[in-house]
Design a protein around this ligand. Structure first.
Ligand SMILES: [Zn+2]
Length: 77
């Protein structure tokens, strides 16, 4: 679902570059990270799901580019 959220945000120009404040033009290398920890009989299980993506501004001569897990921070409503 995260991938769809990123696609929608970029398509609707709701993901803004922190440097020039213009809509981010593209993303690549989307990946989900899942961590699970199991501790013997006590079955301690920790799942953390996050998705990471490389965002590229792509506006004019702005060279902003970042690989981040916090892409939600760039989405405006
Ligand atoms: Zn920019």
């Amino acid at each position: 679902m995260s991938l769809q959220a990123i696609k929608d945000a970029i398509a609707n120009k709701k993901m803004l570059c922190p440097q020039c404040k213009k809509p981010i033009q593209k993303f690549e290398k989307y990946a989900e990270t899942i961590d699970a920890v199991r501790d013997g009989f006590n079955v301690l299980e920790v799942d953390s799901r996050a998705s990471r993506v490389t965002l590229t501004c792509g506006n004019g001569d702005c060279s902003w580019r970042e690989r981040t897990e916090y892409w939600q921070d760039y989405i405006v409503d």
